[in-house]
Design a protein around this ligand. Structure first.
Ligand SMILES: *[C@@H]1O[C@H](CO)[C@@H](O)[C@H](O)[C@H]1NC(C)=O
Ligand SMILES: CC(=O)N[C@H]1CO[C@H](CO)[C@@H](O)[C@@H]1O
Length: 752
């Protein structure tokens, strides 16, 4: 990595993954297989009628021709998409940091850090969860006078404000406790959760006294959480607290989430010498913000909130580094800030680093990862692969930015960051005055006729505002870094029902496709600005959506053809059988090996394959259709937040790995139609094979039988939910009947 001019070496090192040579040989063999398949399809449109599947004659022949052309299209797409995914597998890299060198070199002379936490709805995102996240980032192992934590509340809810006020009081006990016993993780909810029993609590302490302190802090925490939760249940805060903080008076006017004035309340002022915890150590600054909302003005969802935070923080603290986390994503490592600074502050190579992205990990994924939420392969393979080409996407949480790049700065060689920058308080200015100065920055009208949401800040108008913002930053010349330490920096809450998962993926696929089809398409915008590998990497996500059509085709048509007695693949005795089998088998074995190497279980991988299919035929299909509809100007963007609460029965089923379907929805109809169609076709096809066509026919249908059989095998939990389960999470009868009707219809109409 070249020797640093500094005596004690660089602050971070980069390693390339081993064994890439073997992978490249394998990938080349796959490519040959794919080319052979394409060649076969291109030259074998003509008809070879096999078996006497009834009827016959010109009509069937024509049907078969079209079915094959469709398959050819699908295979062209899959091959092309597979090539795209090679970009991120070509040369993954891994980073590691040297925090001790950072301490030696910079000592206490560290830059200020502003931390943004965004929440939107006190009912979908419980305030007790939100403040645990806030407490976890307040408790970073970092000089408190350099830490500033901002909570943006897009619900404008007094419940959230109340929770934050409670958290500010609890922080006086929590922060010293964390320091004294080196507590990890520093989210009280996670630390005290029954799942993480107090194995190592206070191991450094002297027995009794430590245990006492542990339980007294735990009691304080539980009392606080109870007070917050009961306020949320009642929908109002206790009257008496209103006397303790002037901020509560903001809610004297009636406020609705969609219509209210801007609120900025500095809950703890880090510059105030009296803001100390109960061991007389300074506390970090803590600010509550609810930007103005008016029905007449579009609020631009999370991007709008982030931009308001950037402005408000610029008068309060104006730190050179900004970390943003989702409200359900607590810090699991109190040293993450120092890790991130190792990249920015490296004298040799830190210059052009714009942001440092941590992976999105979840703390409530079960071993078997029923809904394929864990993003393991993305985190362990794809993002490190992108890092090689110039850096990962910005994924909207767990990301450290330079403030300057969020304000639109282009990279230039001469740019020198002022790491000492910070907001200057006007002489004798009170907190109230400062708040008044900040409020105009959080109004609806502030951004009118400015570049905010365009050249400055997070970009508006996209369902994945984070990804497009990251792309624009990279196109302005900045590199990004992916940092994935073994002990995870941030842990969030994954969706725990089918509907939530599908909704989340719909938003992701929709947003990414929207970018791909706009003038910000990575191949257009990135051309000449970022490397080709990175352009391809972005497109993997951009083209999630269009995968839906070939997948739908592949899970329906070969099976229907089997039922009808139409052979669509080469015979076993033909040499062309080899590339088809090789590509299909090798692709799946590779994906299994990759998943196992990333630490998934076999079950986890199998469930992941099911979800991969389900997402493609539902979320991605909807995402694609919606994108196109929006591009045609037929509807507007909506941003659905995934709720973080689920009822008790549902949680239990989640822990027992039982799929949660719940209410009827068109997506559910698609899922069960695909499942039913395949089982009907498999049974029907096998019946005819055994009875009618004799042994010779197997030769022509083997691939279809296996394909259909695999689809049936992977859909087992769906059949279970359709016919056998009796709990509330099963598939409703209305869905079953609708799907059956579709299956009958599909079996009746001629193949096109
Ligand atoms: C989170 O932090 C805890 C405590 O330090 C650690 O034991 C655990 O492995 C971390 N979790 C993950 C997923 O890395
Ligand atoms: C909010 C939420 O649904 N959290 C769930 C995460 O998963 C655990 C089980 O692993 C549940 O108990 C939580 O309710």
């Amino acid at each position: 990595m070249g020797s640093s001019s500094n005596s004690n070496g660089p602050l971070f090192v980069t390693e390339e993954a081993k064994g890439r040579g073997c992978y490249k040989v394998f990938a080349s063999s796959m490519l040959v297989g794919i080319l052979l398949i394409w060649f076969y399809r291109a030259t074998h449109h003509t008809v070879i009628l096999v078996g006497g599947g009834g009827g016959g004659g010109g009509e069937e022949e024509e049907g078969m021709r079209w079915a094959r052309i469709g398959l050819f299209m699908a295979e062209l797409w899959f091959g092309f998409y597979w090539i795209l995914t090679q970009s991120v597998r070509w040369n993954p890299i891994r980073r590691s940091t040297s925090k001790d060198k950072l301490a030696q070199r910079y000592g206490s002379d560290m830059p200020g850090v502003d931390i943004f936490v965004c929440t939107a709805d006190p009912h979908a995102e419980p305030p007790s969860l939100v403040v645990s996240t806030v407490l976890s980032v307040m408790a970073y192992d970092y000089p408190p006078e350099k830490l500033n934590v901002y909570l943006s509340d897009d619900g404008g809810s007094v419940l959230t404000f109340y929770a934050l006020w409670e958290a500010a009081r609890f922080a006086k006990h929590w922060l010293p406790f964390c320091r004294k016993y080196n507590v990890e993780p520093r989210s009280p909810a996670a630390y005290f959760s029954p799942l993480d029993a107090p194995q190592d609590s206070c191991s450094g302490g002297n027995g009794d006294a430590a245990a006492k302190e542990w339980s007294s802090v735990k009691d304080l925490y539980e009392e606080m959480a109870n007070r917050i939760d009961s306020a949320v249940t009642l929908g109002k805060i206790p009257e008496e607290v209103k006397a303790y903080h002037k901020g509560f008076s903001e809610w004297n006017f009636s406020i609705s989430p969609k219509d209210h004035h801007p609120i900025v309340q500095i809950m703890i002022d880090g510059k105030d010498a009296n803001a100390v915890d109960n061991t007389a150590v300074r506390l970090p600054t803590l600010v509550y913000m609810a930007r103005e909302k008016r029905p007449r003005y579009h609020h631009n969802f999370k991007a709008g909130a982030m931009n308001a935070l950037i402005r408000v923080s610029s008068v309060v603290s104006n730190s050179p580094i900004i970390l943003n986390v989702d409200c359900d994503m607590y810090s699991n490592n109190s040293e993450s800030i120092k890790d991130a600074l190792c990249f920015f502050l490296d004298e040799e190579r830190g210059q052009n680093i714009g942001y440092v992205q941590y992976p999105q990990n979840y703390n409530n994924i079960t071993q078997s990862d029923l809904y394929g939420n864990s993003l393991t392969v993305i985190n362990e393979v794809e993002l490190p692969g992108l890092d090689y080409w110039g850096g990962p996407l910005y994924i909207g949480t767990g990301c450290f930015h330079r403030r300057e790049i969020l304000c639109g700065r282009r990279y230039s060689r001469d740019y020198k960051e002022d790491w000492r920058r910070g907001a200057q308080r006007q002489a004798g200015e009170s907190v109230e005055k400062l708040e008044e100065r900040a409020k105009p920055l959080a109004t609806c009208t502030y951004e009118l006729n400015t570049q905010w949401g365009n050249e400055i800040g997070l970009k508006y108008g996209c369902a994945v505002e984070d990804v497009i913002t990251g792309l624009l930053i990279q196109c302005r010349g900045w590199k990004s870094i992916y940092f994935n330490p073994p002990r995870k920096g941030f842990l969030g809450v994954a969706p725990t029902t089918m509907a939530q998962t599908l909704l989340q993926h719909k938003r992701w696929s929709e947003g990414n496709l929207q970018i791909f089809l706009s003038k910000h398409c990575p191949f257009l915008l990135g051309h000449g600005k970022i490397r080709l590998g990175l352009q391809m990497g972005y497109s993997i996500y951009g083209l999630w959506g269009p995968n839906s059509f070939p997948t739908l085709y592949y899970v329906a048509v070969p099976s229907l053809a089997l039922l009808r007695g139409i052979s669509l693949f080469p015979k076993v005795t033909s040499l062309w059988f080899i590339p088809f089998t090789y590509v299909m088998v090798a692709r799946h074995i590779y994906s299994l090996v990759e998943a196992l190497r990333c630490g998934c279980t076999f079950n986890g991988w199998w469930n992941g394959q099911r979800m991969w299919m389900i997402r493609r035929v539902t979320s991605y299909l909807y995402g694609t259709i919606d994108t196109v509809v929006k591009m045609l100007g037929l509807s507007k963007m909506a941003f659905a937040i995934t709720t973080k609460v689920s009822d008790e029965d549902a949680s239990k089923r989640y822990e027992q790995d039982v799929m949660e379907f719940g209410y009827s929805s068109p997506m559910l109809v698609i899922i069960s139609t695909v499942a039913l169609l395949n089982i009907v076709c498999l049974v029907g096809g096998l019946f005819r094979l055994v009875l009618g066509w004799g042994v010779a026919a197997w030769d022509a249908y083997l691939i279809q039988v296996i394909l259909c059989g695999m689809i049936v095998a992977i859909n087992m939990p769906i059949y279970d939910a359709l016919f056998f389960r009796k709990d509330k999470g099963n598939i409703p009868p209305s869905v079953t009947f609708t799907s059956l009707a579709f299956v009958l219809l599909l079996c009746a109409i001629p193949l096109m």
